[in-house]
Design a protein around this ligand. Structure first.
Ligand code: 26V
Length: 798
């Protein structure tokens, strides 16, 4: 139906009438979107079925990626691009007077994630399918994704997100593949035929119904599956209070937890985790049994990868099935389980490491708890054999300690691979945060530096730049991103550099139009677009950025003739609803924006924009328009960052600390093509060991710092005196845990260098080109190939 545009139009018009029961004349844009979506899904279903049949027939090793988050964004345009039918459809629709971009706007973002971790999962799915690798995702079909953010009077307000309001054209409900998940109840051990058999009695059972979404590879026949589970009441509940039971059940897949602060004590979150794990494992084993029969060689044919510790209960769940249902003994089951599971760690921040109180865990998951207890006992026993009497070591490594289950410890002990997400991060894991585990199992630890789906973040998000690249080095960079390096041939080619500049300018204009339309603030597109978009966290230091803006404003205000390269500072950030401090920073950014943008003395020299509701589709408008990418976390704190890579591949220059993957960006582009400032990770860790540094001293000795810090509490920006007191206190009373004041001078200096470099247009464009040329390394195709080779042991099927 997509062989040519005439055929497409014919089928489209037919389908529209059938699906919507309207004539074309009466139909709305939404009808057009639904019709097109359903046609595309039908079009991929052939390849989808064939892909699954081939997986069944060839019996090659497969990987299942378990993640509590998938930040997919919109799928329409990406699917068209990957299928190679974008042009036919765009032209066909145009003939009918329909604008494809308008239909795209109607598609809601699938926002089933908080930030980097969820987006990484989505990028990985794209690369798996595009590399023809047998890899599928499992997740939860949250009815409401991450909250929608509104800014009201400078404050963040959260609204429930409603992505399923008009249905989801991409999914297929598979009610016949539903499975049951037991919670609560009690376990009874009975002796049957000479062995102990465990029965889970009086459980409250929930039905998990899968909704499958096709994951279409780029110009390949592979269509993998993202299976999202939805919680529904069991068909014949035996409870008296059915209404409450229904509510409790549906609550499991109602909301994505917006908190990436830790969720200690939240029963529903643990329920979600086990729900995902149990449903996924049952489904994986059902298809495995069909293919291979017995589970004895499971680990040779499948790998289950857990995205952080949220799905770590897959370890005891697999043990339970192998022992209770398959009748294997402990050692056999442990061997299989350990060799099936691989784990990625995404943070070293100790406050972010998951742990569950036993008083919640044990009653909710009684059989699973017994198994975790036994894993722990055996593990501690082995430690004791190794270092008898060393109680401190055992206590610090134990999986259950001080009445908590430590999920990261369970993940490390019960898996064959533990990886970090950037080189520095993995080193910190090995040398500090998880050192005792590294000494115990050095062979498990490895690094897999993150990557991004370059086809979404460059080919789709920045069509003009993509066209120029293809024009210069040919089209194969779309599948072989390392070929971007060929752009270096043009680093001294003035015409190419000029074209680069024109494209950036066009993209900046588009973003400026969007900003004007959203907020009514005009911005000067010849200014430096300096952008920080990411979740709001103290360690990411949006505060450092805003203090610097306050400092620039003070200079303008104190000296009306002050000369500076004009700048537009753009922010996008959601704060966890319960994260009081982060919300204060949002208010501060907006207060500063309000003052600066309305001060006639400032003119076009300085503008501050806070774009509300940062999400995947907004990000796609932002990255192509950036000159400067702000990656300014306190060194050692950001595991990797992936926004840094999205900026880079769109030609923005990084202004950053040597943290996360910035270290690798710096290594690739060299000192001349990046702006690095601030303490190194080693220096930060050194200060922590000494108990911090003396922030008051910096306050007293640097007038620039004193002025901006005082302005937090003297009503300068908002007319009241206590709004920003918590921020003031964090810097002085609490001794500035994130080294904001310590890095301030170095940050100011880097910004000065940015200004200088920007005035030399040719130099700037050359730096930009260098960044694009080296960004191929950060394609998630490269990352996924490394996972496939080093961890999963999977091969492309064709
Ligand atoms: C959780 C918490 C909770 C306590 C307060 C501080 C904090 C900071 C971060 C988190 C999130 C932990 C998991 C996560 O999302 N990690 C992110 O994973 C990305 C993909 O690997 C990576 O690029 C980001 O650097 C990392 O923060």
């Amino acid at each position: 139906m997509f062989s040519n545009k005439e055929k497409f139009k014919e089928v489209f018009l037919n389908r529209l009438e059938m699906l919507c029961g309207k004539s074309f004349a009466e139909s709305t844009s939404r009808d057009h979107y639904q019709t097109l979506g359903s046609m595309i899904r039908e079009y991929v279903s052939n390849d989808w079925i064939t892909t699954n049949e081939r997986y069944m027939a060839t019996k090659g090793k497969q990987v299942y990626y378990l993640s509590i988050e998938y930040l997919l964004g919109k799928l329409l345009r990406q699917n068209l691009l990957n299928l190679g039918i974008e042009e036919i459809i765009q032209d066909g629709l145009e003939d009918l007077g329909i604008d494809l971009s308008e239909l795209e706007e109607l598609e809601p973002d699938a926002g089933l994630g908080n930030g980097g971790l969820g987006r990484l999962a989505a990028c990985f799915l794209d690369s798996l399918a595009s590399l023809n690798l047998p890899g599928h995702g499992h997740g939860i079909r949250y009815k409401h994704g991450l909250f929608e953010q509104k800014i009201v009077d400078g404050y963040q307000v959260e609204l429930p997100e409603q992505w399923l309001r008009s249905g989801n054209v991409w999914e297929v409900r598979k009610a016949d593949l539903a499975v049951s998940i037991p919670f609560w109840g009690k376990v009874e051990a009975r002796e049957e035929n000479g062995r102990l058999v465990f029965h889970h009695l009086h459980a409250e059972t929930v039905t998990a119904v899968p909704y499958d979404m096709p994951v279409v590879g780029f110009h390949s026949d592979t269509v993998n599956t993202l299976r999202l589970w939805s919680a529904e009441p069991a068909q014949f509940p035996i409870f008296k209070d059915i209404l409450n039971y229904k509510r409790r059940t549906e609550a499991i897949s109602e909301f994505l937890y917006p908190d990436d602060t830790h969720d200690e004590g939240k029963i529903l979150r643990l329920k979600q985790q086990y729900f995902l794990v149990s449903a996924s494992v049952q489904s994986i084993l059902r298809s495995y049994r069909k293919q291979h029969g017995s589970l004895l060689h499971l680990h040779e044919h499948i790998c289950i990868h857990i995205n952080d510790t949220h799905p770590v209960l897959v370890i005891p769940e697999l043990m339970r099935i192998l022992i209770d249902d398959e009748g294997l003994d402990w050692d056999q089951a442990w061997h299989i389980t350990k060799n099936t599971i691989a784990y990625t760690n995404h943070t070293t921040l100790s406050e972010a490491l998951e742990k569950w109180p036993v008083y919640i865990f044990q009653p909710l998951l009684p059989r699973i708890y017994m198994i975790v207890e036994e894993i722990n006992e055996r593990f501690c026993h082995d430690l004791w054999e190794e270092t008898p009497g060393d109680w401190d070591r055992i206590a610090s490594l134990a999986i259950i300690a001080d009445h908590f289950v430590k999920m990261a410890h369970l993940a490390i002990v019960g898996s064959f691979s533990v990886n970090g997400v950037a080189r520095l991060h993995t080193e910190i894991l090995k040398e500090r945060e998880m050192k005792p585990f590294f000494l115990l199992y050095p062979e498990k630890f490895n690094n897999k530096t993150n990557g991004i789906a370059h086809r979404r973040w460059l080919l789709k998000a920045n069509p003009k730049l993509s066209e120029l690249i293809t024009d210069k080095i040919g089209p194969s960079w779309t599948s072989r991103p390392h070929e971007l390096i060929d752009l270096l041939k043009y680093e001294n080619d003035n015409s190419v550099l000029q074209q680069l500049k024109n494209i950036k300018q066009e993209n900046k204009q588009k973003l400026a139009d969007f900003i004007y339309q959203q907020m009514g603030v005009p911005v000067d597109t010849s200014a430096i677009f300096d952008i920080q978009v990411k979740r709001l966290h103290a360690y990411k230091r949006q505060l450092l950025n805003v203090l610097h803006i306050m400092y620039l404003y003070n200079q303008i205000k104190d000296d009306p003739n002050f000369q500076m390269v004009p700048r537009v500072f753009i922010f996008g950030a959601k704060a966890s609803p319960g994260y009081y401090y982060a919300k204060k920073i949002i208010k501060l950014i907006n207060a500063v924006a309000d003052k600066v943008n309305h001060d006639p003395r400032v003119g076009d020299r300085l503008k501050v924009i806070f774009l509300e509701n940062y999400r995947v589709s907004l990000a796609e408008k932002i990255f192509p328009a950036a000159d400067i990418s702000e990656q300014i976390s306190t060194s050692s704190k950001e595991a990797s960052g992936t926004g840094n890579m999205k900026f880079m591949i769109n030609g923005a220059l990084t202004l950053g600390t040597l943290d996360g993957a910035n270290v690798e960006i710096h290594e690739l582009v060299g000192d001349d093509n990046i702006f690095i400032f601030g303490l190194t990770a080693e220096e930060v860790l050194h200060y922590y060991r000494k108990g911090g540094y003396d922030s008051i001293e910096y306050y007293h000795h640097d007038q620039r710092i004193r002025q901006v810090v005082d302005q937090l509490v003297n009503g300068f920006f908002d007319g009241v005196h206590n709004e920003f007191e918590p921020i003031f206190d964090s810097l002085l009373e609490e001794n500035d845990q994130y080294f904001v004041l310590k890095d301030f001078a170095s940050y100011v200096d880097s910004h000065r260098k940015v200004g200088e470099a920007f005035t030399d247009v040719q130099r700037w464009q050359k730096m930009s080109l260098n960044n694009i040329a080296h960004a191929g390394y950060f394609s998630s195709d490269r990352t996924i190939k490394e996972y496939a080779r080093d961890i999963w042991g999977i091969q492309p099927l064709w």
